[in-house]
Design a protein around this ligand. Structure first.
Ligand code: PTJ
Length: 262
């Protein structure tokens, strides 16, 4: 399929360019077909949030990076959508926070794993965990394909960043005592609610911001990082994101009616 060139002046250029990345990733076996549907759900929430990074999301990014820098064995879980949308940035975040990348797929197929591995190596990753020849363990609390985890990665991690995750796995990771960070545009998803820190933002904006913060914070003393993590409250974070959605939708309706008034 030929790639669509979205005109520079198209009002929805950014969003359409992101879609193209997903479509291309799907053609290369990186993205699962269901990953296209998951992205559509994300787009709907992004639209309701005004397609910007809120100050709450910025605070969540800072707390997340602080927690990653404080962790003994942080790990970043990579699925098809993550790899298609932010390959370079996720590798950069992994290096800055010393958190290895682990491929972990819901819709597992060996050719998808190979395609994701190839894309991450091309983006500069030196090592990628979770591939089929590596030693693995299972998360007994979980029945999906995602129960298989790398012995040197998620199995021994104290903190796992799981962007665009399904609720069962987040719950299972919490059940075995992991500190869980997610990036999820839906502040009401089970993943958003179960996680310790939820960044309610589009991954295409959140991960570059985390890279920026990690660069700034990586040499901070632990006490300063501790303050950021201890001061973060996920329940408050999620409820203010829901309030933002309500306020944004109300302002859209109000401005529409004003435009229509004679
Ligand atoms: O590559 P695989 O096989 O591991 O599969 C990956 C998907 C994403 C298909 C799988 O994890 C899945 O089905 O996820 P869910 O349960 O649909 O959850 C995805 C969540 O991510 C939803 O709450 C979406 O709103 C959210 N989301 C989608 N796109 C984005 C997003 N959040 C942030 N940024 C996005 N671009």
């Amino acid at each position: 399929m030929t790639k669509i060139e979205v005109p520079a002046d198209h009002p929805r250029k950014v969003s359409l360019d992101v879609r193209e990345k997903l479509i291309e990733g799907h053609e290369k076996n990186i993205v699962a077909t269901a990953g296209l549907l998951a992205h559509g759900r994300g787009e709907a929430f992004d639209y309701m949030l005004g397609e910007i990074t809120s100050t709450q999301a910025m605070d969540a990014c800072r707390a997340a990076v602080a927690a990653m820098l404080l962790a003994k064995h942080p790990v970043i879980s990579v699925n098809g959508n993550v790899c298609a949308l932010v390959p370079d940035e996720i590798v950069e975040l992994s290096e800055l926070t010393r958190a290895p990348l682990e491929i972990n797929l819901f819709y597992y197929r060996p050719e998808r794993e190979d395609a994701i591995l190839e894309a991450l190596l091309a983006a500069g990753a030196k090592e990628v965990l979770g591939t089929h020849e590596r030693p693995s363990e299972t998360i007994p609390e979980l029945s999906s394909n995602r129960r298989k985890v790398d012995s040197e990665g998620i199995a021994k991690a104290d903190l796992v960043l799981v962007p665009l995750e399904d609720g069962d796995r987040t719950e299972a990771l919490k059940g075995i005592g992991k500190f869980v960070i997610t990036i999820d545009l839906n502040p009401m998803s089970r993943t958003a609610v179960f996680s310790d820190i939820t960044i309610v933002d589009n991954i295409v904006r959140a991960v570059p911001l985390m890279v920026q913060y990690a660069g700034e914070m990586k040499d901070w003393p632990h006490e300063m990082l501790d303050v950021l993590v201890a001061g973060f409250n996920n329940r408050r974070n999620l409820s203010s994101e829901v309030s933002l959605i309500k306020a944004h939708l109300t302002s859209q309706i109000d401005s529409k009616y004003r435009e229509d008034e004679p």
